[in-house]
Design a protein around this ligand. Structure first.
Ligand code: AMP
Ligand code: MN
Ligand code: MN
Ligand code: MN
Length: 278
């Protein structure tokens, strides 16, 4: 089976993306995509909005990008084909919303200590009822002229190791995978080369992920090199995992990615779309 044109990883205003789910769907249609999974951080609210629109040009797959931890490392798991009505999933996301709000309060108070004004309520406004995260703080800093771009906000205040990179007890990888499985979804390890891990460590994570019930890994996304792509394909094969791909699109203003855009796949026989569409 030839694969349709697709994107299995992108964000809307339900988390840290800038297009509403409806605008994203229109863009997907314009770009000629046939299948789209909206994967907002720790929420499925955008999918529910898309379902309600009831447009049929693009096939919508339910999804979310779950933030979790494994041995104190933060990992992102894309859950695909999940049942949005699952009680277990709903409860999980209510908890995540609470965790993210607590974390946002802590981020704001750390930033105050660094001499910035209290940004909590503005960040909350920027999140507009969606999953609040560091990008909302970056946006507010830019609006207030505290930084000259969002990248600088991460570099100075919010990125890995900076004061605004607040560590909290995210759910454990095992809990995330079991929640996705029990909600009839498939777990996909997002962007494996974006965690600042060596390939030895990546292999270790992926073996643990498979053992816990993981179904697939992303092998193509913005920034992945041909060499990394080849290694990831091989690791998927060795662990009997399916492969997936997506743009991680957040905003038309980000030069580094666009909806539906990621390096072409070397092989597709083991693609998770076969399962999702089959
Ligand atoms: P959070 O979910 O609050 O941990 O924020 C993570 C999100 O911040 C990612 O999904 C990206 O959208 C964004 N992000 C992370 N690191 C950077 C960075 N260095 N520059 C710009 N955006 C970033
Ligand atoms: Mn994001
Ligand atoms: Mn991610
Ligand atoms: Mn993402």
């Amino acid at each position: 089976m030839d694969l349709p044109r697709y994107d299995l990883h992108c964000h809307s205003t339900a988390s840290d993306g800038v297009l509403s789910p409806s605008e994203l769907l229109n863009l997907a249609h314009e770009k000629g995509l046939e299948v789209l999974a909206l994967t907002d951080h720790d929420t499925i609210a955008g999918f529910n909005e898309l379902k309600a629109l009831n447009r049929n040009q693009v096939k919508i797959i339910s999804g979310s990008e779950f933030t979790c931890q494994w041995n104190s490392r933060i990992l992102h798991i894309v859950g695909l084909g999940i049942d949005s009505e699952s009680a277990k999933l709903k409860k999980y996301f209510v908890h995540l919303e609470f965790l993210r709000t607590q974390r946002a309060k802590e981020i704001a108070s750390r930033l105050i200590k660094m001499g910035l004004p209290d940004l909590f309520s503005d960040a909350e406004k920027a999140a507009d009822g969606g999953s609040i995260g560091r990008p909302h703080f970056a946006r507010v800093m830019l609006e207030k002229g505290l930084v000259s771009n969002e990248q600088q906000a991460f570099k100075k205040y919010l990125g890995a190791g900076k004061k605004g990179d607040v560590k909290i007890e995210w759910p454990d990888l095992s809990e995330t995978i079991s929640t996705i499985s029990e909600s009839s979804g498939l777990s996909v390890l997002a962007h494996p080369t974006k965690y600042k891990m060596t390939f030895t460590k990546i292999r270790e994570v992926i073996a643990a992920f498979k053992e816990l019930g993981g179904a697939g890994i992303e092998v193509s996304y913005p920034g992945v090199t041909p060499d990394q792509h080849m290694h990831l394909n091989r690791i998927a094969k060795n662990n009997q995992l399916m492969i997936s791909a997506g743009s991680d699109f957040h905003s038309p203003n980000h030069g580094w990615t666009d909806l539906g855009k990621f390096p072409p796949l070397k092989e597709t026989e083991n693609h998770i779309l076969h399962r999702l569409l089959g």
